[in-house]
Design a protein around this ligand. Structure first.
Ligand SMILES: Cc1ncc(COP(=O)(O)O)c(C=O)c1O
Length: 390
């Protein structure tokens, strides 16, 4: 047995990965993944963008690059964020290898063993794992369909004096919840009042079904004096363009960015220049709006089909709020003593996979589960719910 670092004792292999191992079984319909639908990727756009990237400056994009990111992409991302109402100087963001790396860099730079961190209950599993690896003591804040309950959040801040608060305000993973405008502003006020860093993780904000969500907390921070200093924002092209590009970014206080850049230097030196230049060319080609106008209705129809089937077929046996965007329905089995882990094993036998809610919370409600509608056709979704009924 190798003498592994003690920090590994804080984390265990993700339950999700265990379920993914079973997905290869023939005939399984998966509502388990958090992947975007590969059939909706703008392959032609990305092909053109990568060709341009290589044609224009091959020496530069195949070379080592700056840790902060490929400068034309930083400028392009600043414009992209401005289009979403957030004013950011290109020097005020660093490009990361997916937003997952931004989260890791926040963990590395901010969390010492024993530090308290408030997260939504439930929240993104990889963040739980990552922050625990750095020794965080996680505290779950309750949520409803409008996101984190701000009065409860304030009580937890006062009680625990956390090092930071991590939120996915728009179409959370796994909750699907959307933090209301009023609550977004309140969170920013709390950050200033209690001098606590709020991390806004926003990979799903563009995947809305009908009306756009409220502006990001980053965009709103201009209206709440001092709040920009207490806010970090993680963005990503993964869910809107392609996760394989591994292009994300981190926006935050210059001191946070300086420390994160230092840590990134000895992590991966920089994000792939070829990927960054491809992303830059893609954004320049103005194809994103078209791509999103294909993705949004496809996900909206699948979400609608899943919610309608759950209501019609499982009726009172399951409780959930229909999401207004993103990729997930967070649901709860209503039968007394229902356990979604057991239900998940039985469901796999019947040929349908989903993720039980247990790993997404520190004090889990075992009756909860996450259903992803992003990658299955409407027919498959309806068949999956029929199998769940069986
Ligand atoms: C809430 C959330 N944050 C961050 C990520 C990481 O995405 P990426 O590293 O591909 O940008 C994901 C991916 O599933 C996610 O759901």
């Amino acid at each position: 047995m190798l003498p592994f670092a003690t920090r590994l004792q804080n984390v265990e292999t993700s339950a999700i990965r265990e379920i993914f191992k079973l997905l290869g079984k023939p005939g399984i319909i998966s509502l388990a993944g958090g992947f975007p639908d590969a059939a909706l990727f703008d392959v032609e756009g990305i092909r053109q963008a990568s060709q341009r990237a290589l044609a224009d400056k091959p020496g530069e994009v195949l070379q080592y690059g700056a840790t902060e990111g490929y400068q034309p992409l930083r400028e392009q991302l600043a414009r992209y964020m401005a289009g979403k109402g957030a004013q950011v100087d290109p020097s005020g963001l660093i490009v990361t290898t997916g937003s997952q790396q931004a989260l890791d860099l926040i963990g590395k730079t901010m969390i010492s063993p024993g530090d308290k961190v408030i997260v939504e209950a439930p929240t993104f599993l990889a963040t739980i794992q990552c922050f625990r690896l750095y020794g965080a003591h996680l505290i779950g804040a309750p949520i409803d369909a409008e996101g984190v309950k701000v009065d409860e959040l304030e009580k937890l801040i006062v009680e625990h004096q956390p090092k930071l608060i991590y939120l996915i305000p728009t179409f959370g993973n796994p909750s699907g919840a959307m933090l209301s405008l009023a609550r977004r502003k309140r969170v920013l006020e709390l950050a200033v009042q209690h001098k606590v860093l709020v991390v806004e993780d926003d990979p799903y904000g563009e995947l809305y079904f009908n009306a756009p969500p409220p502006p990001s907390m980053l965009a709103l921070s201009k209206d709440i004096a001092g709040s920009r200093d207490w806010l970090a924002h993680c963005g990503s092209l993964s869910k809107v363009l392609s996760p394989g590009l591994r292009v994300g970014w981190l926006i935050g206080h210059p001191e946070l960015l300086a420390k994160a850049t230092m840590c990134k230097q000895f992590s991966d030196a920089h994000t792939s220049n070829l990927a960054q230049a491809t992303a830059n060319e893609y954004l320049q080609m103005n194809r994103m709006d078209d791509a999103l106008s294909r993705v949004r209705p496809a996900y909206a129809q699948r979400a609608q089909a899943l919610c309608a089937a759950l209501k019609k077929v499982l009726g009172d046996g399951i409780d959930f709020s229909a999401p207004q965007g993103g990729m997930f329905v967070w649901a709860r089995l209503t039968a007394p003593r229902a356990d979604a882990r057991e239900f998940a094993s039985q469901a796999i036998e019947r040929g349908v996979a989903f993720i039980p809610g247990t790993p997404f919370c520190r004090n889990p409600d075992h009756a909860t589960l996450r259903l992803s509608f992003a990658t299955s056709s409407i027919e498959k979704i309806e068949e999956a719910v029929a199998r769940l009924k069986a």
